[in-house]
Design a protein around this ligand. Structure first.
Ligand code: 5GP
Length: 179
């Protein structure tokens, strides 16, 4: 078993990079098919979604725009429930199809807040693509249009996701051992 130590915690290999790539390719094919002919802007949520967004967007075939938004809502290994303001909405998204790119949807509190803030800019529709989803933690009924992996309620790092600022560079996804 491959184990990595980050700060005080040990993490074990959970989803290898090859499986992540397959899931992203499948998702890109579905999105490309569904959004053909629409005026689409992808919005990656920083920092966590940078790696997922980069891999996905390369495989999107219709013409589209991409931008990144930033917020910070998470400290340590549990969701704080407080959500911060979105920074960086400087593209004109009125009448466009927005696809939010998230690294992980856990409780859905962050996602709900992002959607509320984006709705103020009158997009024609908002879709959600997330690499990871924890259905057992999900508190909202917002449909998730594209999900890479449904995972148990364990804390994970890698492929853009961090623990206390570290682990984002890992090409595989790891989960915490004995939280
Ligand atoms: P939510 O608002 O859905 O509870 O949480 C969303 C945010 O919490 C994610 O964008 C991510 O930053 C963080 N988060 C939730 N679960 C995990 C996890 O297992 N690992 C890491 N690194 N971040 C997580």
């Amino acid at each position: 078993m491959e184990v990595r130590k980050i700060h005080d915690k040990e993490f074990e290999l959970f989803i290898p990079n090859a499986r992540i790539n397959v899931a992203i390719s499948d998702m890109a094919a579905s999105i490309s098919r569904d959004l053909e002919g629409k005026d689409v802007i992808f919005m990656g949520i920083l920092n966590g979604a940078f790696m997922f967004a980069a891999e996905l967007i390369k495989q999107i075939t219709p013409n589209c725009q991409i931008t990144f938004l930033k917020l910070a809502s998470y400290a340590g290994t549990s969701s704080t429930g407080t959500v911060k303001r979105l920074i960086g909405i400087n593209e004109d998204i009125k009448n466009k199809t927005v696809v939010i790119l998230e690294d992980i949807v856990d409780t859905g509190i962050t996602l709900e807040s992002i959607i509320k803030q984006l709705n103020g800019y009158e997009p024609v529709e908002i879709r959600v693509a997330t690499l990871l989803h924890k259905p057992d933690a999900y508190l909202k009924d917002i449909p998730l249009d594209y999900v890479g992996f449904e995972i148990p309620n364990d804390f994970v790092v890698g492929y853009g996701l961090d623990y206390e600022g570290f682990g984002r560079n890992l090409a595989d996804i790891y989960k915490v051992v004995d939280p």
